[in-house]
Design a protein around this ligand. Structure first.
Ligand SMILES: NC(=O)C1=CN([C@@H]2O[C@H](COP(=O)(O)OP(=O)(O)OC[C@H]3O[C@@H](n4cnc5c(N)ncnc54)[C@H](OP(=O)(O)O)[C@@H]3O)[C@@H](O)[C@H]2O)[C@@H](O)CC1
Ligand SMILES: Nc1ncnc2c1ncn2[C@@H]1O[C@H](COP(=O)(O)OP(=O)(O)O)[C@@H](O)[C@H]1O
Ligand SMILES: [K+]
Length: 507
């Protein structure tokens, strides 16, 4: 399943129509999907439904939904919102059909203001928003804002068709008002705006309806984003990840080398180390200043601690990097001179590297060694770290997370995850082609200090076990999310979750 921008979604609609599927059939499929979701939740035909329609094809969907609900015997009030002189062809067709099938049906909102107001003020069990969908193209006038505010204040279960009216289907930004849905039934594919900025807050539960889009069309959409959920992980992990074999020893599953600089917070590296072990690698080595040896020996006795003297780090570091299958640097790392030196040296070696947290802040100050790196590299910034890497404000990144991720990943030829409540993954293949993925596993329990350290530990562990860097990144993100879902089965467990709990819930 993909998440598409409004523009790409329009392309898919048109591509399918070009193949000969009439627009009205797509609309019929779309509306039937909405009706199924409503009738499943409200099987009683005495349910009172208000369907609000705008002038475009989203309104056309709305009218079609109203017709089906009337056909099934529901009590339906149809309310038009917008400029009646600028309606779309499909909208007019739907109005003709409903008017000829149900000649007594009144369409409120256009004439007779007093009666329309009365209809709007009545009580409804379900309120359906078919006002604007992917065609929203400007800010609302005052009347619209007031209308949406009033509708939001009404009781009743709120269903948005395709996307909540007022939400930008591509960016997830809200215009100047938005319909606040309990359920969004979206057509053909997720829309990217349902995941970013305000999208998740106002969409409620999201269901995708298969409207019969011609799948070959996806090939023409370079910015399509594959949505990674639990089901995708379950179906593909055995193909993607190297299986564990019984005929093996610890060397079979590789060594993760965690590099700790003198100013580091030790707990972060400890969490990464534990996560690496839990994700299956054979050995974790920790390269740390002499003064930290005792801490690591006690907090994670399974690890091999390799101490170094802070005034003579480089020689020891080179030997360390050569002795491991993958280097993880950054968790808990503070910006100091030794840290800077360490990162520069690691990037000049050939051992694969995962850079996280502090290491990313260090390279963002000077991206030249990163650009010239010799090693395969994965980076795992959260949105704040991404902003520093791009030299932009967080708000700027938030408004166009897809664009910045695509560009940075392409420019530096680096596979990366930009972490957030839904994380965006960009994989760069050897031939330079790029694929985007959106992780929807995980939950708000992950919003706790140290959970990013656990993620980078998991990714490094998968690399150490011999998986490709790209698969390790993508499946590491999902394994991390699913560990959180395993621990946090309800709101209270999400509340109490700590990073250590995620470690213990891996697999
Ligand atoms: N066959 C298909 O294509 C299928 C399409 N499908 C459905 O169609 C939806 C897309 O339809 P769409 O492209 O007609 O756009 P839509 O969201 O109805 O809005 C356009 C109208 O709104 C108006 N308008 C915009 N902003 C405004 C504002 N701020 N304030 C006031 N007015 C504003 C704009 O006015 P104009 O710019 O022309 O002045 C125009 O009249 C999609 O989300 C899905 O539900 C599905 O059924 C599957 C098959
Ligand atoms: N609300 C949320 N829902 C799902 N995942 C979340 C949420 N908040 C944070 N996460 C995930 O938790 C991790 C947090 O990483 P990060 O911000 O680096 O934390 P830290 O620096 O404390 O280790 C990321 O993988 C992120 O995607
Ligand atoms: K809508």
């Amino acid at each position: 399943m993909y998440a598409l921008t409004a523009k790409s979604m329009k392309y898919m609609d048109e591509y399918t129509m070009d193949k000969g599927v009439p627009s009205s059939v797509l609309m019929e499929n779309a509306s039937r999907g909405v009706v199924n979701e409503i009738t499943e939740r409200f099987p009683d035909t005495n349910t009172r439904v208000l369907v609000m329609c705008g002038p475009g094809n989203n309104g056309g969907d709305g009218v079609c939904v109203a017709r089906w609900l009337l056909h099934l015997g529901y009590s339906v009030t149809l309310y038009f919102v917008g400029d009646p002189n600028r309606t779309s062809k499909e909208f007019r067709r739907q109005i003709r059909i409903i008017s000829s099938m149900f000649p007594d049906l009144k369409i409120y909102g256009t004439e007779d203001a007093a009666e329309s107001l009365k209809a709007l003020r009545s009580e409804y069990d379900v309120l359906v928003d078919g006002i604007f969908g992917t065609g929203l193209n400007r800010r609302f006038g005052n009347n619209f804002v007031k209308f949406l505010e009033y509708v939001n204040s009404k009781k009743g279960y709120k269903v948005a068709i395709d996307i909540p009216s007022g939400l930008n289907a591509t960016t997830g930004q809200i215009m100047n008002a938005v319909f606040r849905a309990d359920l969004t039934v979206t057509m053909g594919n997720y829309k990217t705006g349902l995941f970013f900025c305000e999208g998740r807050k106002v969409s409620g539960e999201v269901k995708v309806v298969d409207i019969g889009l011609a799948k070959r069309g996806y090939r023409d959409i370079p910015d399509r984003i594959f949505v990674c959920d639990r089901e995708f992980f379950r179906k593909t992990k055995d193909m993607a990840l190297i299986p564990r074999t019984e005929v093996s020893h610890k060397g079979t599953y590789g060594t993760v080398g965690i590099v700790v600089s003198p100013g580091s917070m030790m707990g972060a590296a400890m969490l990464s180390a534990k996560a690496s072990y839990r994700a299956g690698c054979g050995l974790v080595k920790i390269f740390c200043p002499n003064k930290f040896t005792g801490f690591f020996n006690v907090s994670i006795p399974e690890a091999v601690v390799v101490p170094y003297k802070t005034d003579d780090v480089i020689g020891a570091l080179d030997d360390f990097v050569e002795s491991v299958d993958v280097v993880l640097a950054g968790p808990g790392m503070k910006e100091d001179a030794t840290g800077r030196l360490i990162i520069k040296e690691i990037l000049a070696q050939e051992t694969p590297v995962v850079l996280d947290a502090g290491a990313l802040n260090l390279i963002s100050k000077n991206l030249k060694p990163f650009r010239k790196r010799k090693c395969p590299c994965i980076i795992t910034p959260h949105v704040g770290e991404m902003a520093r890497l791009c030299g932009e404000d967080i708000q700027v990144i938030e408004k166009n997370r897809i664009g910045f991720t695509k560009k940075f990943s392409e420019l530096y030829r680096v596979s990366m995850v930009v972490k957030s409540d839904v994380s965006l993954v960009s994989l760069i293949k050897e031939d330079g082609t790029q694929r985007l993925y959106l992780n929807v596993t995980g939950n708000s329990g992950l919003a706790t200090a140290g959970s990013g350290d656990v993620l980078s530990g998991v990714i490094a562990s998968l690399i150490a076990q011999g998986n490709s860097e790209n698969n390790s990144l993508l499946y590491g993100v999902m394994i991390h999310g699913m560990a959180a879902d395993k621990f946090a089965v309800d709101e209270d467990s999400r509340r109490k979750m700590m990073a250590g709990d995620i470690v213990e819930s891996i697999f």
